[in-house]
Write a protein that binds this ligand. Structure first.
Ligand SMILES: [Zn+2]
Length: 453
């Protein structure tokens, strides 16, 4: 544990808002509270976990359905139910409050016409909303910038076509990679930036290619790492825990290309992949790094800063609060060596490389497509009961939220009314302009007539 006598100050940090996944030792540990800011809890705890299903509401109904359906049908119903609950895990249970705001946001985007809001899923919209503290207009600007950037930078093409063949060589000079999951089930990303030799690195690749690789990895995290981690942890996972080892990093070796790369990546992550960082541990921070950090901090938003913990070389206790030592590489004091892969940062171990989980994810995506097409054909009593049950619990929870929803609904109505009145004004202006044109045309016709006579 850190001692009060250490002559540096920890740069924050709110402890995830003290939310659910705390381990017992975490609860007992104290963090400096002085400069804590009110920051949203991690995204997964904000999106509630699906409730544990009761095994069976009444024994007779269970028995009835067993008698009623032949074995094969029962199996497929089971499968569907399982996949439905897994889909719930992937999607997370939506908070009715958030749903209202996201819906208002969609309507705003639709009215603006510039952004095809329907192409964007609930969580993407919610991330942009959370990033801007639920300011609809700011969120709209950030989302438009994001879409423009995706187009300009060809993000979809990068994801599909970009091959980073030099990765193995790059990793020798710039050790980095994903490595397993934290105690909550989030992917862990580790970077040993202090070991980077920028000059040597730029002999085998370019800053542009490093940035492209970073984007490709971010896309992979969203589309593969989070969903597979969710399946493995049986709960909605949507953020990463990161460790940045800055041993030896200081003003002197933060060269121009290194600065350029760092700022570029920082810009991309904070503007275009908001709310995907759970926590960042910066470890082995010496006096050189702390000087540098004072400058870098100026570029970071309070929301991001609150997720960053800067530590010296006594970082181990802080890390094992959130990462099991068996999942922590030996070079960070843990027990893992990934000997079969030549080192922990080369293994890319995690649920995203587990063929069974990938298969489940693919099956779930396929099921989702089918159920979207046919809207499902569940006729079983069980399935119906499940629907009724969930509808009922939804209703109950909604009852408690009625006031809040009403407030959001009236906000939405106000926004719609404002948009309608704006459109009316524009229509009136157009009508007036038309009248003007008519008058001009009539004048011209008159003039032509006079010329003719
Ligand atoms: Zn390992």
């Amino acid at each position: 544990m850190r001692k009060p006598s250490e002559n540096y100050r920890e740069i924050v940090i709110a402890r995830n808002g003290g939310e659910s996944e705390e381990s017992p030792e975490k609860k007992s540990s104290k963090s400096p509270k002085g400069m804590n800011k009110a920051i949203h809890p991690p995204i997964e705890t904000h999106w509630h976990l699906p409730q544990e299903k009761k095994p069976c509401s009444s024994p007779s109904s269970g028995f009835k359905s067993i008698l009623k359906y032949p074995l094969k049908v029962r199996d497929s119903v089971k499968k569907i139910k399982r996949s439905r609950s897994m889909q719930l895990v992937l999607e997370g249970v939506h908070d009715p409050k958030d749903e209202q705001i996201v819906e208002s946001f969609r309507e705003l985007l639709f009215l603006e016409g510039g952004v095809l809001a329907q192409n964007y899923d609930y969580h993407t919209l919610l991330r942009f909303l959370r990033m801007t503290d639920f300011d609809l207009l700011k969120a709209k600007t950030m989302l438009s910038n994001y879409l423009q950037w995706r187009q300009d930078f060809g993000v979809d093409t990068i994801q599909k076509e970009f091959k980073f063949d030099e990765l193995a060589e790059v990793k020798k000079r710039y050790p980095h990679g994903f490595h397993g999951v934290d105690k909550y089930g989030r992917p862990v990303y580790i970077e040993r930036i202090g070991m980077v030799d920028m000059n040597e690195l730029l002999q085998i690749t370019t800053i542009e290619r490093l940035v492209k690789n970073h984007i490709a990895e971010q896309e992979k995290t969203l589309s593969l790492r989070f969903p597979t981690c969710s399946i493995a942890a049986k709960k909605h996972i949507a953020s990463t825990t990161s460790i940045l080892d800055v041993k030896g990093v200081g003003m002197s070796n933060f060269s121009k290309p290194a600065r350029h790369l760092f700022m570029e990546v920082l810009k991309i992550d904070s503007n275009y992949y908001p709310e995907t960082l759970n926590k960042l541990f910066i470890i082995n921070a010496g006096s050189g790094f702390r000087m540098l950090w004072k400058v870098v901090k100026a570029f970071l938003e309070a929301r991001t800063l609150a997720k960053i913990q800067v530590l010296g070389n006594n970082y181990f206790c802080n890390l094992i609060e959130v990462i099991d030592p068996n999942n922590l590489p030996s070079f960070l004091g843990g027990n893992c060596t990934c000997a079969d892969y030549g080192g922990c940062l080369l293994s890319d171990k995690g649920p995203w490389n587990n063929p069974e989980i990938i298969e489940m994810l693919q099956a779930l995506s396929a099921t989702e497509e089918i159920s979207n097409e046919g809207n499902g054909d569940l006729t079983s009593e069980d399935a119906l009961q499940e629907d009724v049950g969930s509808a009922k619990s939804k209703e109950d929870s909604r009852h408690g939220e009625t006031l809040m929803i009403n407030e959001h609904a009236s906000q939405k109505i106000l926004a719609l009314q404002a948009a309608i009145s704006d459109t009316k004004t524009k229509l009136k202006a157009l009508e007036a302009a038309l009248e003007d044109i008519k008058t001009v045309l009539e004048g011209l016709t008159q003039h032509v007539k006079e010329l003719k006579t």
